[in-house]
Design a protein around this ligand. Structure first.
Ligand code: IMP
Length: 183
């Protein structure tokens, strides 16, 4: 394989492209069943949720609208503090609408808790969460996550929208990084 190949930096593959796509298909069927007869607005959180949003939306065989938010969480280094600033707000007015927040990964869930409270204050008919990946810590979170693709161990993963220093988002699979990348 080419030395430039982005997958060379992976230590192990946690979820293959096929596993991810198959699971997104199952989640799409659950979502279709739960929102029969309702309008549905998918809200993606930039940038990590881009891949999940694109593939989940294409798996859904019903009408949806898509909108995006970008937030930055103030924290020290890699820990998120739960104090959040909106960098890009929704274009849509969500009052009276069914909102499904689409996420790539929930770790502590601090940013997401803030986001959900913020969205709820806008008077939507409902706000639910769909995430491809969830780490163990998130299960202690007070916010309910309605759709979870995979519960994964507490390891740093990249690929399928998830980055290390803005790279690896374009991998189709999810994996852990080889040690030589950090050092
Ligand atoms: P939380 O507020 O701790 O749930 O932080 C969630 C955010 O942290 C995600 O949207 C990701 O941007 C980032 N994050 C958490 N775990 C990982 C990981 O394993 N790889 C890449 N980014 C991660």
């Amino acid at each position: 394989m080419d030395a430039e190949y982005v997958g060379n930096d992976l230590d192990k593959i946690l979820l293959s492209e096929k596993q991810i796509q198959d699971r997104l298909g199952e989640m799409a069927r659950d979502i279709e069943r739960d929102y029969v007869g309702e309008d549905l607005l998918l809200v993606g959180v930039l940038k990590g949720a881009v891949m999940v949003m694109a593939d989940l939306a294409r798996s859904l065989q019903r009408h949806v609208e898509m909108d995006w938010m970008a937030v930055s969480s103030y924290g020290s280094g890699t820990t998120s503090s739960g104090v959040v600033r909106i960098l890009k707000d929704l274009d849509a007015d969500i009052s009276g609408r069914h909102v499904l927040v689409v996420e790539d990964i929930i770790d502590t869930g601090l940013t997401l808790s803030w986001l959900i409270a913020n969205l709820r204050s806008r008077g939507p008919a409902s706000v639910e969460i769909c995430t491809l990946l969830r780490k163990p810590e998130a299960q202690r979170m007070s916010v309910d996550v309605r759709y979870v693709g995979f519960d994964i161990p507490n390891e740093f993963v990249v690929g399928y929208g998830l980055d290390y220093d803005e790279r690896y988002r374009n991998l189709g699979c999810v994996g852990t990084l080889a040690r030589h990348v950090y050092s």
